[in-house]
Write a new protein. Structure first.
Length: 101
């Protein structure tokens, strides 16, 4: 990705994360997280893909409310990460395991 493309994608994903609301229920949140994950994957943003997968699993387990807002904060951090390599993706996965276990 080119520099300006990266910032455009990050801005789009950040807007999507901020716009997630519970009014549509867990299914609507899951669909939006899935869309974020697909966009991140298409653009090589592996930390965001990892966190989105973990968030989708949390939603499937029935997590909701404040805990999901914490997951979304972690997803925003992954989207904004300057590093997009496997090691960074693994670090985000480990941070999720520690923070949300």
């Amino acid at each position: 990705m080119r520099g300006e493309d990266v910032s455009d994608v990050r801005a789009e994903l950040s807007r999507r994360i901020v716009a997630i609301e519970w009014r549509g229920g867990t299914g609507a949140v899951a669909r939006e997280v899935d869309a974020i994950r697909r966009i991140a994957h298409r653009n090589g943003m592996m930390p965001a893909v990892t966190v989105a997968h973990l968030l989708e699993s949390a939603l499937a387990r029935g997590e909701h409310g404040a805990l999901v807002h914490d997951w979304l904060a972690m997803l925003r951090e992954a989207v904004q990460s300057e590093r997009q390599d496997d090691a960074t993706s693994d670090a985000f996965a480990a941070a999720c395991q520690v923070r949300f276990a």
